[in-house]
Design a protein around this ligand. Structure first.
Ligand code: BG6
Length: 447
């Protein structure tokens, strides 16, 4: 059984219900979905609101309840949940907190007071932000841990459900062509780029309190970075992988103020829910260094922002140039690109001789297009919700990762860089050009 708190919110409509519907269509989920929201609407109206048709078989599983979550007692829906659970012979309950963090405590009190945790497995799922900083993250974790054990807490970082993010380990640990190069012996720098064209839209209230570093770097970028940089785990078990990822987070050197770029797009202060004097960053570019043997001397550049010229999520590993006597005109460094979004795939850029006399080169690309070969990529949320049902925690953020990531980000944010304005539609590489040019490098722009 699935119980969604925050059923009328954007996440439930855009991501959760479509994902559960797909799992239902594949025959993987056939249990009631109890949707709890604040709006006073009927079940039929709710089904319409979330874009489903009453005739869909999935709609028959949906039950909407209007509830004020700040009341810790609601006999009606509690009775209903218990009855449905029994009738459908459900094996467990998945509690999805698609709600702001201030509502976690009342919801936890409600679950506790209603004795909903009896029978079968009980797992709780929630999304970032996991707190606003380390202190608030600890408070939040304490609240959730009063009724759920760590093994039953699933913290979603939806990037971990993305096919090409999951593919990072396979790429590294099953291909000698890549694994042999994966160190400072061959790699000059790594660039994690998460550019977005979209503005903050209807999420101004949340975003203005978070900003690009908390919204994208503390979680998504840190996950990608630790998957790219970790040592091969002793065994491919969840515990061993997490151990290695945490070692990376612990080995991050504090970021220097001169290695932090912050920006805000023009017009942001006029967005709905945004403070008209806000200095929240909608763009950031950062330089990280990892203090270990493998990555000594290799900077990791992270870049993300809204209202940019392109929507693109990719990791570029820029290789060192070959030491050789053969100097060709227009020679460029090799680049291994892992494209996470859009057009998922992996490519390698190399120099190729231009036909004709002389040794002039032209950069060319060997490109693997993921969707061209595999057209059944499930959406990240579909993958993740299914994993919760299976009781697999491998694609979720552990508490220790949250702690170490916040320690690093709290320090970074305390350095309070100046937030510069940029035009909407600007290129991310241009806004943060200096961060790399001062190191005599440039942002990769091949995709
Ligand atoms: C979310 C952020 O976690 O990720 C959003 O809160 C961002 O601000 C989104 O737009 C990007 O995810 P995706 O899957 O669209 O690349």
């Amino acid at each position: 059984m699935i119980i969604i708190f925050g059923a009328t919110g954007d996440l439930t409509k855009r991501k959760l219900l479509p994902a559960i519907n797909n799992l239902h269509k594949k025959g993987l989920i056939d249990c009631p979905v109890i949707c709890i929201g604040r709006r006073d609407i009927s079940n039929t109206e709710y089904i319409k609101l979330v874009g489903l048709k009453s005739s869909d078989s999935f709609s028959k599983l949906i039950h909407y309840f209007k509830t004020d979550l700040t009341e810790s007692n609601n006999p009606l829906f509690v009775k209903f949940i218990k009855k449905e659970f029994k009738e459908h012979k459900c094996k467990g309950k998945l509690f999805y907190f698609a709600i702001p963090q201030k509502l976690f405590k009342p919801v936890i009190d409600l679950i506790k007071a209603s004795k909903l945790l009896s029978g079968g497995w009980n797992r709780v799922v929630f999304e970032k932000p996991f707190g606003y900083d380390l202190v608030t993250a600890k408070e939040l974790n304490k609240q959730v841990s009063t009724i759920f054990k760590e093994k039953d807490i699933y913290r979603i970082d939806h990037f971990l459900g993305k096919e090409l993010v999951q593919n990072i380990q396979v790429l590294r640990f099953t291909n000698s062509i890549f694994e042999q190069m994966w160190s400072n012996e061959f790699i000059d720098n790594v660039q994690v780029i998460m550019d977005e064209k979209v503005l903050v839209g209807s999420r101004g209230g949340y975003y203005d309190n978070a900003g690009a570093v908390r919204d994208m770097v503390q979680n998504h970028a840190m996950q990608i970075l630790s998957l790219i940089a970790m040592e091969p785990p002793k065994r491919m078990t969840n515990e061993e992988i997490i151990k290695e990822k945490i070692k990376v987070l612990k080995a991050l050197k504090p970021v220097k103020p001169s290695d932090i770029v912050l920006g805000q797009y023009k017009g942001y202060r006029g967005e709905r829910g945004v403070d008209p004097h806000s200095d929240t960053e909608t763009f950031t570019a950062l330089k990280f260094n990892i203090n270990n043997d493998r990555w000594k001397g290799v900077p990791f550049y992270i870049r993300t922002g809204k209202a940019l010229s392109k929507s693109l999520t990719e990791v570029n590993l820029v290789l060192k140039r070959v030491k050789s006597d053969l100097i060709c005109k227009n020679e460029v460094p090799n680049i291994i690109s892992i494209r996470i979004k859009p057009e998922e795939g992996v490519s390698i850029r190399f120099n190729n001789k231009l036909p004709g006399h002389g040794l002039e080169t032209s950069p060319v690309k060997m490109d693997f297009c993921h969707r061209c070969l595999f057209d059944n990529n499930p959406e990240a949320y579909e993958v993740l919700i299914h994993e919760v049902f299976m009781g697999n925690k491998g694609l979720f953020t552990s508490w220790d990762e949250v702690v170490h990531s916040w320690k690093f980000i709290d320090d970074l944010l305390s350095k309070n860089g100046k937030v510069r304005k940029y035009e909407r539609g600007s290129s991310g590489s241009m806004i943060a050009r200096k961060l790399l040019s001062k190191d005599r490098r440039e942002w990769v722009e091949i995709n």
